[in-house]
Design a protein around this ligand. Structure first.
Ligand code: SF4
Length: 444
């Protein structure tokens, strides 16, 4: 039996596609293996969102070549579509594909695979992960000036609601308790452009409609939404979240910058005022929601004042988590051509300041919940006899029975118990949050 391995970088959409590839190859009777050395076929599903992601993608390709020179190696994903020059020094024997359709036909031809007509667009399970991602939307034509995605994924599509529901039902049947609805521009679900000005009434009611239906899927315990923009969080959407206790009180809204001047240069579709108004509304309607975000440090032309505005908007918004991206020049984007690039040491310094702030804000957010009961979906169960697992070692030593996972508001909690607990992986357990902010004591 032929074997294959796959390694994936990047966003939830890429992770979802990797699962589609696994499903396709398993359907063609290939055996999935974890390591490169025992694979006849290796697929590297790349990402190019930052230069670090591109570098890691190339490193993985080299690692595959080195570890298994006899394997056939296919490089797929965003990096291939964004800049073929990225691969100019790599082995000529490598095969490149731009999208899944191309990948699957290449696989059939090159490997003479005997696949029957095969449906891979939906998943029945999400291998190797407790929380399942469900891709409902793809593509972007937003052309934020720093972003390469409209070049790599220009075709906008969405999965019809009935298909989303069927897939969610299958994922629940496979044992997944949490589903994360994912898209390149999730807020454009149901639309054929991400440009809000081209939507009827500049609003998209279809996302809320889909969310309301998916919340009714029997035994689906938790739903989260991946990234949104402020205007996507309509009152209707908030009403659906409020009325369905299985939709988690957590929203990810990408701020990117707290300066209107920079947001304009980024070609974002909101102002700082829009952003803060949306946060105020969310806080009014939901119980202490977690609002997570992305911020870019050192976008071209970002002055000391612009950066200070990013810090102050982050404080005002009270983010529970900030994903910090040092600005990374991506060839083929409008931002790459701007003249006023910021020196690397300044970008590094600003990134450090954002990290400090992020730590403070995360602590402040978590403190509100000390002594309260949280529900944690256990993703890593610690082996009671060895203490092995993914739980931080400081926690592990004092509590060998701990397992860890995310609570409703998305932050990680290590659950401690006086008595040994086993088989908790993929269970939702209740715990009382301790004042160290990172652990909770199991309650029955
Ligand atoms: S909205 Fe902007 S940041 Fe998001 S994928 Fe589209 S171009 Fe990139």
């Amino acid at each position: 039996m032929q074997t294959f391995a796959i390694n994936t970088l990047g966003c939830k959409v890429n992770q979802y596609e990797a699962q589609q590839i696994i499903k396709f190859l398993a359907g063609c009777k290939l055996l999935y293996v974890q390591d490169f050395k025992s694979a006849d076929l290796i697929i590297i599903h790349t990402c190019c969102v930052t230069h670090i992601a591109s570098a890691k993608s190339r490193q993985l390709v080299r690692k595959a070549e080195k570890q298994n020179p006899n394997a056939k190696i296919i490089v797929s994903g965003c990096l291939v579509s964004s800049d073929p020059a990225e691969f100019k020094n790599l082995n000529e024997k490598l095969l490149f594909t731009h999208n899944l359709k191309e990948l699957f036909s290449l696989l059939k031809q090159e490997f003479n695979l005997q696949c029957n007509s095969f449906e891979y667009s939906s998943l029945e399970k999400f291998c190797g992960q407790t929380r399942a991602f469900l891709k409902v939307q793809d593509g972007c034509d937003g052309f934020c000036s720093y972003c390469i995605v409209p070049t790599t994924r220009p075709d906008i599509s969405f999965k019809p609601i009935d298909k989303v529901i069927n897939e969610a039902q299958d994922l629940v049947k496979a044992g997944h308790k949490e589903i994360v609805l994912t898209g390149i521009f999730l807020g454009a679900y149901g639309q054929n452009t991400v440009k809000r000005k081209n939507w009827p009434n500049n609003e998209n009611p279809i996302l809320a409609e889909m969310l309301e239906k998916i919340a009714q899927v029997p035994d689906l315990k938790r739903i989260r939404l991946s990234s949104l923009e402020p205007a996507d969080v309509t009152n209707r959407l908030l009403e659906v979240i409020k009325n369905n206790h299985n939709i988690m009180p957590h929203l990810h809204l990408s701020l990117q910058s707290g300066s209107d001047k920079i947001l304009k240069k980024m070609n974002r579709q909101y102002t700082v005022k829009d952003f803060l108004n949306s946060i105020e509304n969310i806080n009014l309607q939901l119980d202490r929601p977690a609002i997570t975000t992305d911020i870019i440090a050192g976008f071209p032309g970002e002055t000391v004042q612009d950066f200070a505005q990013s810090l102050s908007v982050a404080k005002l918004a009270g983010f529970s988590k900030i994903h910090i991206f040092p600005f990374s020049k991506r060839n083929g984007t409008a931002a790459a051509k701007l003249q006023d690039h910021i020196k690397q040491e300044v970008i590094t310094e600003r990134t450090g300041k954002l990290r400090e702030l992020e730590k403070q804000l995360a602590e402040k957010f978590r403190k509100q919940f000390v002594g309260e009961i949280a529900q944690v979906l256990i993703e890593d169960e610690v082996n009671p006899s060895t203490g092995s697992g993914q739980t931080p070692s400081t926690v592990r030593q004092s509590s060998p029975q701990a397992g860890s996972g995310r609570c409703e508001r998305y932050y990680e909690i290590t659950v401690k118990s006086d008595a040994p607990i086993t088989n908790t992986k993929n269970e939702i357990v209740k715990c009382k949050i301790n004042d160290d902010l990172i652990t909770g004591s199991l309650v029955s």
